[in-house]
Ligand binder design. Structure first.
Ligand code: SF4
Length: 342
C-alpha cells in the first residue's frame, strides 16, 4: 500500500475505527477483514477530506475495485450515467476513476470543469485501436455513409463521426439514421450484433474488447444447464454466438436495471467481474453465478493514484482537448442525446 502524506493531522484512533467499520460494512461480504479495512481507513479518510477541501468528486465506473467504489466514490455507474452525473454536479473538479475515453467524454460535456484521470495507463482496447485518420479513410472509401461511433472512442475519433452511441441506444440511433448502410466503429462484434438487430448493412472496424471477446458460448450453454432458472445477461461487446444465448443483451446499465426489476433470483452477468461484485452487495437477495472477467485497464486505477491526483492536481493527468476537436466531438455526443430521446 502507498505511503500516505497527510495534509491535516493524522486521523485519530476513533476516526480510523469508525471509518474501518464503515468500510467493513460494505466490503465484509466481499471477504475484506476488519484488519484490512483498518489498514485502508487512513487512505479513504484522507481522500474524502481532500474532496471536500478541493470541491471535488470521484466518479467510479462499475468495473472499478470495491475499495474505490465503496471507499471514495460519489457516483457509481456506466459511462453514460457517469457523464450525466458529471453534467449535474456543482463540484469544480472531477476525478474520473474509469478509463481515458470516459474522462474525455466527461470533459467534453463539462468544458468548464477540471477533469482528471488517476492512471495514465487506463486505456481501452476498443478506443485505442482506431485513429481519426482511420475514420477519414473509411469515409473516403464509403462516401455519404453515416458514421456512428461507440462511446468507447477517443475525442479525436468522435470528432470525425456523425453521431455517437452507447450500448443501450446504439440500435435506436442506427435505425433513426437515413439509408440502408451505416459505418459503425470500432467494435467488430457489436457491429455484427447490431447488423442482425437493425437489419441495416453495417460497415465495421476490427477492434475488440479484451474482456468481452473471450466469452465462450459452450461455457454459457454449460451454465444454462447447471443453473436452469438463472437469467443470462450478455454485454453487447460479446461475440454473436454468445449474444444469441442471452435473455438480455446490453450494456452494464441495462443489466443493472434488468436485475433490479426482475422477479428472478439468480443471474449470470457475462461482463467484467466488478458489476457482479457490486450488485452482490447491493442486492443480497439475488444470486450471481457463473463467469466474469477482469478488465486490465480499469484495474490500473487505485486509491493511491486517486490520492495523488487530489493532492497535486498533476497537469499530465488533467484532460485537455484542442477546442476545434472538442467542438466537433461534442456535436456527435449532442446528436446522440437528441436521437436517443426522440
Ligand atoms: S472492459 Fe473492454 S471496453 Fe471496457 S474499458 Fe475494458 S477493454 Fe475497454
Amino acid at each position: 500500500m502507498a505511503v500516505i502524506t497527510f495534509a491535516r493531522d493524522m486521523p485519530s484512533e476513533k476516526e480510523i475505527s469508525s471509518e474501518a467499520a464503515r468500510l467493513h460494512d460494505k466490503l465484509g461480504s466481499l471477504g475484506w477483514s476488519l484488519e484490512v479495512c483498518r489498514a485502508y481507513a487512513p487512505l479513504t479518510l484522507e481522500i474524502n477530506s481532500l474532496k471536500k477541501k478541493r470541491n471535488a468528486i470521484v466518479l467510479a465506473h462499475s468495473y472499478q475495485t470495491p475499495d474505490i467504489i465503496w471507499g471514495v466514490a460519489d457516483f457509481v455507474g456506466d459511462s453514460y450515467a457517469l457523464s450525466d452525473a458529471a453534467r449535474k454536479t456543482d463540484a469544480k473538479i472531477i476525478v474520473f476513476a474509469g478509463v481515458r475515453f470516459m474522462a474525455e467524454t466527461a470533459k467534453l460535456l463539462n468544458p468548464k470543469k477540471r477533469v482528471f484521470i488517476p492512471s495514465l495507463e487506463a486505456g481501452c482496447s476498443l478506443a485505442d485501436d482506431i485513429t481519426a485518420e482511420d475514420v477519414r479513410q473509411l469515409k473516403r472509401k464509403h462516401p455519404g455513409v453515416p458514421v456512428v461511433c461507440y462511446i468507447n472512442t477517443s475525442a479525436d475519433v468522435k470528432a470525425e463521426s456523425d453521431v455517437c452511441c452507447t450500448s443501450s441506444n446504439a440500435a435506436k440511433i442506427i435505425r433513426a439514421l437515413p439509408g440502408r448502410q451505416i459505418i459503425f466503429i470500432p467494435d467488430e462484434f457489436m457491429a455484427k450484433n447490431l447488423e442482425k438487430e437493425t437489419g441495416k448493412k453495417i460497415i465495421s472496424w476490427h477492434s475488440r474488447c479484451v474482456v468481452h471477446q473471450d466469452f465462450d458460448e459452450r461455457k454459457l450453454a454449460a451454465l444454462r444447464e447447471a443453473f436452469p432458472s438463472a437469467k443470462i445477461l450478455v454485454h453487447s461487446e460479446c461475440p454473436p454466438a454468445v449474444v444469441q444465448k442471452a435473455d438480455l443483451v446490453g450494456g452494464t446499465g441495462d443489466m443493472e436495471r434488468f436485475v433490479k426489476s426482475s422477479d428472478a433470483s439468480s443471474f449470470v452477468l457475462v461482463t467484467e467481474c466488478g458489476l457482479s461484485d457490486r450488485l452482490r452487495f447491493e442486492l443480497p437477495n439475488k444470486e450471481f453465478v457463473g463467469m466474469c472477467a477482469l478488465c486490465p485497464y480499469m484495474k490500473k486505477n487505485s486509491l493511491a493514484l486517486i490520492l495523488e491526483v487530489l493532492q497535486g492536481l498533476p497537469q499530465e493527468k488533467e484532460i485537455a482537448l484542442p477546442e476545434e476537436v472538442a467542438q466537433r466531438a461534442r456535436r456527435a455526443l449532442e446528436k446522440m442525446f437528441g436521437l436517443s430521446q426522440s
